[in-house]
Design a protein around this ligand. Structure first.
Ligand code: AMP
Ligand code: MG
Length: 404
């Protein structure tokens, strides 16, 4: 039986990195960058006004007080996209709009709300300005030539905005892992059907497809495979022929009808992991055939989710060249006692809550690893170390966030 870390080492060590492809920025959100992004200009490209108001020389306002305001002459206008053509000289100010370049000579902006605008092109200010006020200086956000986004980072919506600002219209990203899902189980029927006695609906396909897509995969759901050696072997062989990753649920425990491992063996796949010291999710299988990888995840709906997040998600991200492949972990207080499962490391589905101003993990009331109704509400897993019978109420515990 593998420790979780050892299983991960084996899995990531055998997970290949996929080729790159080029995509347009508009289609790049969610993809993993395979090149550093270098800024092709200073950002902002000019000293930029942060407020609507007047651009002026701070030194001209040094003596301004309520009783003796400073009076300046408004000599022109700068708006976003239209610079003021000239220099701001002593005693002068330029009407300026947010986003406009601050004209040469000016070194501060006063917002329109506190400027008294008089007739005949004069304005009055009743307090002094500090140099730099309401100006975003050229280059403070990025300098031309800076590496602003590194290879291995995921393109999130704000990263896409940054890439747009640096002129990255086309990007080198990882090809998406092609993943085929197979749900094993003679007891399974599809969602449209009403299960007969001793049947249940196939639910794992839907959680796994969503999780895998969120991790960047292109998913084909190939449906249900009944617990028959030939059918299982055929389905895996066909899935392997068209995908980088085959992901099965069920059929990996010790029952007479758990046929995933025998079928993989018969196809010549090397089974590298088959049991992990964890709860739930012990019968997690990882196998390799050529450059293709196979996950045989446990059938229970909660086990499948835990096993996916601990093993398959990091592998899918590694395939894409991602620099961070693990879910965030943090320490929060347990709001109730949590049972352990020594000698296995246990993962208790829980919800993060703020109670009396402190972050707590509230273990979900669940009836076990088939309880997908309770698991629906989980946004984290409380980790109970393998050597602990349980965790105490109020104890600072480690949780794995299920929200990436
Ligand atoms: P297995 O690992 O095949 O022994 O399955 C363990 C438990 O998970 C059994 O109760 C199965 O009925 C259930 N199960 C297996 N596959 C699925 C699925 N795709 N959707 C929902 N439950 C499943
Ligand atoms: Mg089964």
């Amino acid at each position: 039986m593998f420790r979780i870390e050892d299983a991960l080492d084996v899995i990531l060590g055998h997970t290949p990195t996929l080729d790159e492809e080029e995509v347009r920025l508009a289609l790049a959100v969610g993809r993993i960058l395979r090149r550093n992004c270098v800024s092709d200009l200073d950002l902002p490209p000019f000293d930029r006004a942060r407020m609507d108001g007047y651009a002026l020389r701070a030194v001209d306002t040094e003596t301004a007080v309520l009783e003796r305001p400073v009076r300046l002459r408004a000599v022109g206008e700068a708006s976003a996209g239209c610079a003021f053509d000239g220099q701001v000289k002593a005693g002068e100010a330029v009407r300026i709009m947010t986003g406009a370049p601050v004209p040469p000579g000016a070194d501060a902006v006063e917002k329109i709300e506190v400027v008294r605008v008089l007739d005949e092109g004069l304005i009055e200010l009743e307090s002094p300005l500090k140099p730099g006020q309401f100006i975003t200086p050229r280059g403070v956000e990025a300098r031309e030539g800076d590496v602003v986004i590194k290879s291995g980072e995921r393109v999130t919506p704000p990263v896409a905005a940054a890439l747009a600002s640096f002129g990255c219209a086309r990007l080198r990203v990882s090809r998406k892992p092609r993943l085929t899902l197979l749900s094993t189980g003679t007891e399974l029927v599809e969602v449209e059907e009403r299960p007969g006695p001793s049947q249940i609906r196939n639910s794992n396909t839907y959680s796994l497809a969503g999780y895998a897509e969120a991790a960047g995969a292109e998913v084909v759901s190939a449906g249900i495979v009944r617990d028959d050696f030939g059918a299982t072997r055929e389905a895996i062989a066909e899935a392997l022929s068209s995908s980088d990753v085959v992901m099965l649920s069920g059929g990996v425990s010790m029952g007479d009808y758990d046929l995933v491992k025998p079928a993989l063996g018969d196809l010549g796949a090397e089974i590298l992991v088959e049991k992990v010291a964890m709860h739930p999710g012990k019968p997690t299988v990882f196998a390799k055939l050529g450059e293709k990888i196979v996950f045989g995840l446990p059938g229970n709906p909660v086990s499948v989710a835990v096993s996916f997040h601990l093993f398959a998600r990091p592998a899918l991200l590694k395939m894409q060249g991602a620099s961070g492949v693990f879910l965030p972990r943090m320490r929060v207080y347990a709001s109730r006692p949590v049972k352990g499962a020594p000698p296995r490391r246990s993962h208790q589905p829980a919800q993060l809550v703020i109670r009396d101003g402190r972050a707590e993990a509230e273990p979900l009331k669940w009836s076990g690893s088939s309880d997908l109704v309770a698991f629906m509400r989980a946004d984290c897993l409380i980790v109970v170390p393998e050597d602990r019978q349980g965790l105490n109420e109020g104890e600072l515990v480690e949780v794995i966030s299920l929200r990436d």
